[in-house]
Design a protein around this ligand. Structure first.
Ligand SMILES: C[S@@+](CC[C@H](N)C(=O)[O-])C[C@H]1O[C@@H](n2cnc3c(N)ncnc32)[C@H](O)[C@@H]1O
Length: 371
């Protein structure tokens, strides 16, 4: 018969309290497979393996809810979890080493009385936004087939495709040879088993020769790039064809058109400051922009996805997978959610937006740029 460990022994081995293990059991994160005849929790080898995964992700800063989604994923076996944890820990170690080196340089400069610039002081201390919020992404972000069909049609007959800002690879075409580029270690680690190979790099400095790919694509990512025009020019340099799914931030109607930003989250306007106009983006790739309507039941939980399902925005899990909420900050988020909740309860939202219920798609400024 398989040997089981008591809760006390597991706590001792793992360096956690018995209370923590009881809590993991209560929330369904780690339920021991059996009980002793006296009714005490008894952990099998499989339970211990799962605990190791839970603790690994926990130490990397993942939240319990995100960890539950990761360890419950049937497509990720224990070896894939170990490889993913190894990649994330190596990245964390490398970043810590870079910070130590930066501190040493500054200590040395100070000892010699040499002033350091703000750039030198901050180098290596920033975190990629997606290293902070990426773990919440897989909960609701996935391929929307109607948007994928538009993108893949725009790729034409391209056989080799570079996916820039690839994230977990939601829109990578299954029938072509894909290479992914993704700067966030967390997002790279969350790519499914068997996903296309992924290079750690940014759009602004693509580590490829000119014309290395038939096509380059970028989905829901350009607004995160520090220099979108430079990134788009890089895509143009490395590929014959460029396809970008982005949005039109300069059209005056855009903020007004979506009830969420118009009535509840005017702070969204602040995120668009400095964002290049659409014609500058299309010019950077030498292409054209086509509108992409958002289906009412959009499968990819992007910011605009729930325009006809407003209750979804009250769900913390849904919001955490949309960078907008993190970028506007907690006070704006809490106020917007409270106001929306009140308006949904009072019927005010329905009164103001009753015309939406008759529509199947909405024009919310999303654009496909094709060159
Ligand atoms: C909203 S996610 C989109 C991911 C994926 N394309 C998708 O559609 O699911 C945005 C991604 O852009 C990446 N990103 C941020 N800055 C970048 C840059 N300078 N170059 C390339 N990608 C970047 C983020 O790390 C993140 O994975």
């Amino acid at each position: 018969m398989e040997e089981h460990l008591t809760v006390g022994r597991v706590a001792e081995l793992a360096g956690v309290t018995v209370r923590t293990l009881h809590h993991y059991d209560e929330i369904g994160l780690l339920t021991p497979s059996t009980r002793t005849p006296a009714g005490h929790r008894a952990y099998s080898a499989g339970d211990v393996r799962r605990l190791r995964e839970v603790l690994g992700y926990r130490r990397l800063g993942f939240g319990l809810r995100e960890i539950a989604a990761l360890v419950d994923d049937p497509a990720t076996d224990p070896v894939a979890h170990l490889c993913r944890l190894r990649g994330l820990l190596t990245d964390q170690r490398d970043r810590a080493a870079a910070m130590v080196a930066a501190i040493d340089r500054e200590l040395e400069a100070r000892a010699m009385g040499i002033p350091t610039t703000p750039e030198e002081q901050l180098r290596g201390f920033g975190a990629q936004l997606y290293d902070t919020i990426g773990s919440a992404y897989p909960a609701t972000r996935r391929t929307e087939p109607r948007i994928a069909a538009r993108l893949w049609a725009a790729l034409g007959d391209a056989r080799t495709v570079l996916n820039v800002g690839a994230g977990t690879g939601s829109y990578e075409p299954p029938d072509r040879t894909v290479t992914a580029v993704e700067p966030s270690a967390v997002m790279r680690a969350l790519r499914p088993v068997g996903a296309a190979p992924c290079v750690a790099a940014t759009a602004e400095r693509l580590p490829f020769e000119d014309r290395s790919f038939d096509a380059a694509m970028a989905v829901s990512t350009v607004h995160h790039w520090p220099d979108p025009v430079a990134g788009l020019r890089e895509m143009r340099r490395v590929a014959r064809r460029v396809v970008v799914f982005s949005y039109d931030a300069d059209e005056t109607g855009w903020r007004e058109r979506f009830w969420l930003t118009r009535d509840y989250l005017p702070e969204f306007a602040g995120l668009l400051v400095g964002w290049p106009p659409l014609d500058e983006l299309t010019r950077a790739i030498g292409g054209r922009a086509e509108p992409v309507p958002v289906p009412w039941d959009c499968a990819d939980g992007l910011f605009e996805a729930y325009w006809r399902r407003p209750e979804a925005y009250l769900d913390e899990r849904v919001r955490r997978a949309m960078s907008v909420w993190t970028r506007v900050g907690p006070p704006a988020e809490q106020r917007a959610v409270r106001m929306l909740g009140e308006d949904l309860a009072s019927g005010r939202w329905a009164e103001r937006n009753h015309d939406l219920l008759a529509r199947d798609t909405a024009e919310l400024g999303l654009r496909l740029l094709v060159a």
